[in-house]
Design a protein around this ligand. Structure first.
Ligand SMILES: [Zn+2]
Length: 157
């Protein structure tokens, strides 16, 4: 990454709670009142948050991985903030962990990791249905398809 881009990225900042891009310590979603803090939707990118917000009536919270597990590229649990996520799962009362990673090889591997994390912390987890085309990315899927996949989500174990 070039220095200029790195500087620009650093200037944006991230929400301390969900890792979404934010100019403030908490992003507008985390800071909002009236959302269901028990439903935690895990997505790969900030664009996926916008896609889910636009396509569904979801009123829970998010956690943004800023990527997916990709050992060959040196992206492991640490880079994705998964320790922070697990701490959040332990500290908060999560009624449903909604896994909305992309249906790609890396997204699937990440989803399995998240499902294991949910299981060992005894938190119910679900994954959005695969109306999303294989290899597709949530942000490029039309709203109707994403909404269908979101509400067709199934428990994972
Ligand atoms: Zn946030």
């Amino acid at each position: 990454m070039s220095g200029a881009i790195a500087d620009a990225m650093a200037g944006i900042g991230h929400c301390s709670r969900c890792r979404m891009f934010s100019e403030h310590e908490l992003c507008s979603i985390c800071a909002a009142s009236g959302r269901d803090a028990g439903q935690l939707c895990i997505v790969e990118s900030p664009a996926d948050v916008m896609a889910v917000e636009d396509a569904t009536g979801f009123r829970g919270m998010y956690f943004v991985l800023m990527g997916h597990l990709s050992p060959l590229d040196g992206v492991g649990p640490e880079e994705l903030g998964l320790a922070m996520l697990e701490q959040r799962i332990r500290d908060e009362t999560i009624t449903e962990l909604i896994i909305a990673t992309n249906p790609t090889v890396e997204g699937d591997a990440t989803a399995h990791y998240l499902a294991d994390m949910a299981a060992r912390n005894k938190v119910p987890a679900s994954r959005i249905a695969h109306g999303v085309p294989l290899g597709g990315e949530l942000e490029y899927v039309d709203g109707g398809t994403l909404s269908h996949a979101f509400y067709g989500r199934r428990p994972v174990d």
